[in-house]
Every structure is written in structure tokens, then in C-alpha cells.
Design a binder for this molecule. Structure first.
Ligand SMILES: [Zn+2]
Length: 151
């Protein structure tokens, strides 16, 4: 544990979550409890209209559109057993850009880190150290795990 543990970054806090230093850099932590299915927040950020765009943090909104999330949700860490997920809302298309929701897929307690499953394709995969019981060993989506094992 670093001596910075618990230090809260200013200017990147939201009402219900906060970006906080953790063992692997920064993470998003809950300030309240959420029930499974609750919306934790809406990710905002730069919208990129390029079907070939990719980065460590971008999330695909459609076949031609990605979002590069800003704080706080840019700092969501990966876990093979996540407690949250992204879901884009194709119904409310203000400016034709779907909103990207972060919602709880499990109950989350106040103070708990909010974690999503990055589900990266095999060619982006890095070893996973999430420590969950069912860790896949790699930050990669289930369907492409076999591609790594044969590399
Ligand atoms: Zn893992």
C-alpha cells in the first residue's frame, strides 16, 4: 500500500463517485451504495468519429463512433468479476450521440472500488492481476482468451 492511499484527487469527483489513488494508480470508488441495476453515472468525454480509432480507454458507441471518457469514469479499472458495466443508450440520441451509462451489475457498497470488465480483443491483452476468484489471467474478452493461450 502506498503512502498516498486514500488521497482524493480534486476536480475529478462526482457526486456519487470519486477518483482515488489505489495500488495500481487511480481507480473510481463509490461514495454510496448502489443496487444491481442502478445507474452510477453517465460517462462524458470526447466523441471520436473514426471506425479505426482505438486507445486504452475508449469505448465503442457504434460501428463508427467512440468516446474517450473523461474523469471520473476514465479511471475505471478492470476486473474479471466486475461490479459495473458500460451500456450505451441508443434511445436517447441527443445530437445522434448515445449516452454511455455506467451501471452497477452487482450491489456496491460505499467505499468499494467500481470495476468493469474491459473485454479487450486478444491483440490488446495484457496480463491481469485483478485477483478475483475467476480471473482469466489476461485482460481480454472471454471469446478471445483462447487466442492468447496459443500465442
Ligand atoms: Zn483478472
Amino acid at each position: 500500500m502506498s503512502s498516498n492511499e486514500g488521497k482524493i484527487l480534486e476536480l475529478v469527483t462526482d457526486r456519487d463517485v470519486q477518483v482515488q489513488e489505489c495500488e495500481i494508480g487511480f481507480g473510481v470508488f463509490s461514495n454510496r451504495s448502489f443496487r444491481a441495476g442502478d445507474i452510477i453515472g453517465i460517462a462524458t468525454g470526447e466523441i471520436i468519429f473514426d471506425p479505426d480509432y482505438s486507445s486504452d480507454y475508449c469505448v465503442e458507441l457504434s460501428s463508427t463512433m467512440s468516446i474517450e471518457p473523461g474523469a471520473p469514469f476514465r479511471f475505471l479499472n478492470h476486473c474479471c468479476e466486475p461490479n459495473a458495466e458500460f451500456a450505451s443508450d441508443e434511445v436517447s440520441k441527443r445530437n445522434q450521440i448515445p449516452d454511455l451509462y455506467v451501471y452497477a451489475c452487482k450491489a456496491i457498497s460505499a467505499g468499494e472500488q467500481i470495476l468493469i470488465d474491459y473485454q479487450w480483443p486478444a491483440h490488446y491483452a495484457i496480463p491481469c492481476e485483478c485477483g478475483s476468484k475467476n480471473c482469466r489471467g489476461w485482460v481480454v474478452c472471454d471469446e478471445e482468451l483462447h487466442l492468447i493461450e496459443f500465442e
